[in-house]
Design a protein around this ligand. Structure first.
Ligand code: HEM
Length: 491
């Protein structure tokens, strides 16, 4: 079936394809691809340094690591927000001005972060763990640390404005956030209303968790700024670590919960079968709204001063976090595509593949979330192994597939080069992640610029795989850019 003729959710409004809205979306995609590409290069350079193939000073490697981490997390957030905006505006009235304001503030933040790293030599990691920004042992100065932390504040303010606009628009149409999350259907007298779009449920969940996460971030960033300029004002390091990890964990998780909206909206356009909500769907999203905010202590299992109940909660919730949504999404997608007579093309391949990457990446995360395993795996390359799995093979193909779809509406003529790029990206990406996992299993530490001779084989194989990912990501990015002028915001 031709996807452009398919029905969309019955509650959808006629979304307005104004030139400014279209330009805003195109800006997000173009800037997103450019930043993503640069951050891939930074990551690959870091891996090549670990492989002893690039003789650069260790302090510069930590600058690359900081740039790569902050840049990848930031661009993933912006791209996820672009997917959410693209589809949510079909159901509620969103402001293009606010969407652009988020981009403008993020760009100010990016310039500050680039200056902090490039000029000020800040290399304290995207996690700016207290009190490291203020205690560089002479490697960077107070202004560099403040520019990095201040840059994050600008980006956070941009996101807050965007979520505020989305929340107000949802409230105007659905009355309350709990109604938009379907809680009145789960716990109230209201019967199941299948006209409530999955996009609205997912967006509401993201608004709730990310506003709380960013507010916690704002508090800890302000405290860090104070400590940078007035080191005599010291804060409780455990409190700071909790705030930072709550903020960072929620923010990076929210990227995939925004991107998954593309799956709910696009798969039905290929199959001709609507994706409607069900009770398990609503239960999953409601449960994960709470779980995703409570699970972050699994990053602090080795902090012996953490209250025991928090560590136990972190471990137990790790088994549950993400799984319900992943199950309803993967199961829903499989049911939706089963015997649908699909004509596979690049956007659809990427979107379905992303569900594999997401599902497979969650498994090593759950394993590492167990105290006994964490005792050994903590701060080994098992950790970048698990998060690269669901980001590189889950989030990125989900975003890329959605954006390709937005530019082609499934009128995609697939070439042999497309197929080769897709398979090379998938296979080399998987090898890259498995090499991280294998190194972690062998006890290779994470975030080390210089690797011991015994570890070099892993790093070298990882670098070769990274180079293939780079080349194929470039090809796919160019294909997307070439079609960007044809992007359309209407269904
Ligand atoms: C070819 C692709 C990529 C390469 C070569 C690469 C490389 C690396 C390397 C070498 C590290 C440090 C590993 C260590 O701790 O020893 C790292 C960390 C990281 N990467 Fe990637 N990466 C890639 C893709 C991605 C993607 C797609 C994302 C997110 C969407 C991402 C996000 C991160 C983050 C958040 C860190 C943590 C930085 C830190 O520990 O401060 N990376 N990456």
């Amino acid at each position: 079936m031709n996807a452009t003729t398919l029905p969309i959710n019955s509650t959808a409004m006629q979304s307005v394809d104004t030139p400014s809205a279209k330009l805003a979306f195109q800006l997000y995609v173009a800037i997103g691809i450019a930043v993503f590409r640069l951050m891939l290069i930074a990551g690959a350079l870091f891996r090549a340094t670990q492989a002893a193939w690039l003789p650069i000073p260790a302090s510069f490697t930590y600058e690359l690591m900081t740039l790569h981490g902050a840049g990848m997390v930031g661009v993933s957030g912006l791209a996820g927000a672009a997917v959410m905006w693209y589809f949510l505006r079909r159901y509620v009235r969103l402001s293009t001005g606010m969407f652009l304001a988020m981009l403008a503030l993020a760009l100010v933040g990016v310039v500050m972060i680039l200056a902090a790293i490039g000029i000020g030599r800040f290399g304290g990691g995207w996690t700016f763990l207290y009190p490291l920004p203020a205690r560089s042992m002479g490697v960077w100065g107070a202004h560099a640390a403040a520019a990095f932390v201040g840059g994050l504040v600008f980006i956070g303010v941009g996101f807050l404005l965007f979520y505020l606009d989305c929340a107000l628009a949802i409230l105007r149409r659905y009355g309350s956030l709990s109604g938009a999350l379907g809680l009145d259907q789960l716990f109230g007298s209201r019967p199941l209303d299948t006209t409530l779009p999955p996009t609205v449920v997912a967006s509401t969940m993201v608004i709730i968790i990310n506003v709380l996460g960013i507010l916690a971030g704002a508090v800890v960033l302000t405290m860090s700024l104070i400590n940078i300029y007035v080191p005599e004002v010291a804060f409780d390091a455990l409190l700071m670590k909790n705030l930072i990890f709550f903020f960072g964990h929620v923010f990076i998780n929210a990227t995939i919960y925004m991107a998954v909206i593309g799956v709910y909206e696009i798969v039905p356009r290929y199959t001709g079968r609507p994706w409607t909500i069900s009770r398990p769907f609503l239960v999953s999203w409601a449960a994960v709204t709470l779980i995703v905010m409570a699970v972050y202590p699994h990053h602090l299992l080795m902090d012996y001063v953490m209250p025991k109940w928090m560590v136990v909660t972190g471990q137990v919730l790790s088994y549950l976090s993400g799984i319900p949504i992943l199950l309803v999404t993967a199961y829903g997608a499989l049911v939706n595509i089963h015997r649908a007579g699909l004509k596979w093309d690049l956007p659809l391949r990427l979107i379905i593949f992303s569900l594999f990457g997401w599902a497979a990446g969650v498994l090593p995360a759950i394993i590492d979330g167990m105290v006994r395993v964490n005792l050994v795996m903590h701060n080994t390359q098992w950790v970048p192994g698990h998060f690269h799995f669901y980001l590189l093979l889950g989030l990125v193909p989900m975003l890329l597939g959605t954006m390709l779809y937005a530019c082609t509406r499934s009128q995609w003529t697939e070439t042999a080069l497309d197929r080769a790029s897709f398979w090379t990206y998938g296979i080399s990406g998987a090898v890259f992640c498995f090499v991280f996992l294998a190194s972690g299993w062998q006890g290779v530490p994470r975030r080390f610029a210089v690797h011991d001779a015994a570890w070099l084989g892993f790093a070298q194989l990882g670098t070769v795989a990274a180079a293939l990912v780079l080349v194929t990501a470039l090809l796919l990015g160019v294909r997307l850019l070439a079609r960007l002028p044809r992007a359309s915001l209407s269904a």
